[in-house]
Design a binder for this molecule. Structure first.
Ligand code: 13P
Ligand code: SF4
Length: 329
């Protein structure tokens, strides 16, 4: 049993968060990239699609979203009557930053015969300018429903878009955004690691660049990677995504070894998402206590963004729980 985490003048933060969640009728949603101590007390842990669905279906009055801003905004878009709080308002995403709405609007206007298929890792404004949203666990199912002769803009993640183009022989126009976390994996260091662990498969998130994906035995969303780990025949897995997901693997499979793929310095610490890491138990406690920072979205913007998110939820039906783009062909 680990000691109760205390701070803010010696409070037992876990007990206080439990008390506040009951008092405020709050549900705590956490992404797999959150710190282990946050994952351990969350009501639900999941990938972006699963957490969107949980937010939409929850009957709690308050959603404490332990993830990044675009995820908390998605919860508010889908559940406007609920109070949505994000422990740290600065928890952004490099993909969102790479796609300013004005530039995206101009890009769309320059390609009027294209529809915009957009990764959920973007601002509410960009969602409102898009036709259909996808997550990494729903992209394949959704793309398969779009006729092959339909021209498509895919943003903001050029690596996910490029992976889909290669796998499904499409030629979507790609917005040039990247995730700084997945971009930091080193092919040279990955090859060294594979040589040290012969036979250990590599599971990679599709936000990884192609030189990492090319060495992957499995490519999928966070929940897809977790599912792959649970079926692992061997005893070691190399994990090419944000390393906090390894916490769930170690809980589910205590006898196995999970190794985070390294960055250029041979260490995987440079692959910790700096935005996800902003959320702490202290900030979660304060957010629940004071119901701030809250997510607010102007109603006409919310409705415009909801249209593309609703299309995702309809078109993705049946993909929840499978949570993957499938094995690389
Ligand atoms: P998932 O939908 O696979 O959880 O991905 C979210 C994300 O931000 C990955 O960097
Ligand atoms: Fe954004 Fe990358 Fe962090 Fe995911 S891991 S939230 S894509 S910066």
């Amino acid at each position: 049993m680990t000691a109760a985490p205390t701070n803010l003048a010696g409070l037992d933060l876990r007990a206080e968060i439990d008390r506040l969640r009951r008092e405020k009728n709050a549900v705590i949603l956490a992404h797999y990239y959150q710190r282990p101590e946050i994952q351990d007390l969350a009501d639900y842990i999941g990938d972006s699609l699963e957490l969107s669905r949980k937010a939409a279906a929850s009957d709690a009055e308050v959603i404490a979203f332990c993830g990044v801003k675009f995820m908390a905004e998605t919860a508010k878009i889908l559940a406007p009557e609920k109070t949505v709080i994000l422990p740290d308002v600065n928890a952004g995403c490099s993909l969102e930053d790479a796609c300013p709405p004005e530039a995206f609007k101009a890009f769309r206007a320059a390609h009027p015969d294209h529809i915009a298929l957009t990764y959920i890792n973007c601002s509410t404004e960009v969602k409102a300018l898009s036709d259909i949203i996808v997550t990494s666990s729903s992209a394949e199912t959704i793309l398969a429903q779009i006729p092959r002769d339909q021209k498509i803009i895919f943003g903001p993640d050029r690596h996910l878009g490029g992976y889909l183009n290669r796998k499904f022989d499409r030629d979507m126009l790609l917005w040039p955004g990247v995730c700084i976390v997945h971009e930091a994996f080193s092919e040279t260091e990955l090859l060294k690691l594979k040589a040290q662990h012969p036979g250990a498969p590599v599971a990679a998130h599709p936000e990884c660049p192609p030189h990492i994906i090319d060495h992957a035995d499995y490519v999928g969303s966070t929940s897809g990677i977790l599912g792959y780990a649970k079926q692992l025949p061997g005893d070691t897995l190399i994990v090419a995504t944000e390393p906090h997901i390894i916490h769930q693997m170690e809980l589910a499979l205590p006898g196995k070894t999970f190794i985070g793929a390294p960055g250029a310095d041979g260490n995987c610490n440079c692959n910790i998402c700096p935005y996800m890491a902003l959320n702490t138990l202290e900030k979660l406690y304060l957010a629940l206590r004071d119901l701030t920072p809250q997510v607010h979205i102007e109603e006409s913007l919310r409705l415009a963004a909801k249209t593309s998110l609703d299309r995702m939820l309809e078109m993705a039906s049946g993909s929840v729980g499978r949570g993957d783009l499938g094995a690389r062909s």
